[in-house]
Design a protein around this ligand. Sequence first.
Ligand code: GLN
Length: 537
Amino acid sequence: MSISPSKYIFVTGGVTSSLGKGIISASLGKLLMGRGYSVTIQKLDPYINVDPGTMNPYEHGECYVTEDGAETDLDLGHYERFLNTPTSQANNVTTGKIYQTVINKEREGAYLGKTVQIIPHITDEIKRCIKLLGDTEKYDFVITEIGGTVGDIESLPYIEAVRQLKWELGEDTLFIHLTLVPFLKASGELKTKPTQHSVKTLLESGIQPDILVCRTEHELGIDIKRKIALFCNVEKEAVIESIDVESIYEVPIKMLDEGLDKVVLKKLNLNDSTKLNLDNWNSFLKKLKNPKKTVSIGLIGKYIELKDSYKSITEAFIHAGTTHNCAVKVKWIHAESINTKNVKKELKGLDGVLVAPGFGDRGIEGKILAIKYVRENNIPFLGICLGMQCAVIEFARNVIGMKKAHTTEIDSKTKYPVIDIMQEQKEIINKGGTMRLGAFTCNIKNGSKTKKAYKRNSAKERHRHRYEFNNTYLEDFEKAGMLATGINPDSNLVEIMEIPKHPWFVGVQFHPEYKSTVSSPHPLFIDFIKACLNQKN
Ligand code: GLN
């Protein structure tokens, strides 16, 4: 099936943030793909940072990295996990990026003689970024999620740009607005007024939503739907209930039950009787909801107050666990809280431990202590990026005897810089977008645990770091029993470290979690959880 030109669906949010626009966009994408269409989802973010790579996870949650090395919003992770298709630079646009392009063009003289303004220059650049995806002719549908809440000063240029696109593209566009229908416990009522107000705000900007998706804790019922339809100028069938569910992976099915895909197709004048195939999704859901076993995994990080900081990791646990009919119980452990006295107690009863990525020195000694414990006690271990680097430091200090070995990120004068800044990073001063980013090839050694997991000789995995294993010490490590089992064939950088004598001890310099999806759980996570299950038994 192929639609030309592409159809553009805009998703806005009202009343409050965090209503789940990303999940609704991904769910709609899933349903359209289930009908045989090609879909891509894009996120427009209203902040002035060029990308979220320079933000602390407390500000923004996880920074998600794409195959082509863009540091992006975590919603792109949801898009990939649901649709199983890679996103790219073009799928995340920020106000910072838009202004940077326009200002650079102004300096080049592209607007000579003109006053450069929000309308038309900024809005034109926004429209260009949206249409870029449709113009590739690769996609039947381009779903564009507009970050923030309508009425925010920051998102006004985006709203204006999509209003103009509606004028230009006419019937090829559709507007979905997400709102909240709160429940007042005292009176036992669902309230529609916030929805009415937020649609009014949208109307003030010249946009009439075609479909309303109403987030609610209780069933809306036909009367409420009718009321919302009447006050907001939408058809009753276009008022879609989005009730709270246990797992985000249930949302596509809820949207299907509510008929979201059919309303979308109808409003875009497309055939809505095409066959929908969600067999794989449904069998995943069935397994997810009926686990036969459980494992407990400790996730050690320093941003654990905000669980979104490790979104891709916890989702990868769910995908891989489900493969084994297994629920993964995560014990969140703050790296700073671990010390020599409590490490045993903190990790007791865990079937496996994952040490998370991160930057800077906070909590690093706690991570190293935890790794020593799991190494000595044969508990399955997966270290990701900084987690792998900590495993290397621990091994150097406690097995090889390199006292005070460290990464030069934290101790630039260490006698044993077992983790050191990459050559190519040494002269870089700017912080934004300058790490080693995106997918690189890694050759995997025969006989290793990772080879058994991947069942392939090489893998392409995504990166986001400045420091690396220092090859000067490789021989010392291999002699002492920690092997480099994954190597980048072009740069010779170490990508994977393993201890073959341990039941399952793997550190990876890359981020496998970014590539785990519902239909393609990541092999390393699958094997890690298998090791945790073995540990439990
Ligand atoms: N801070 C480390 C580096 O830059 C690790 C980064 C990470 O864990 N993503 O190399």
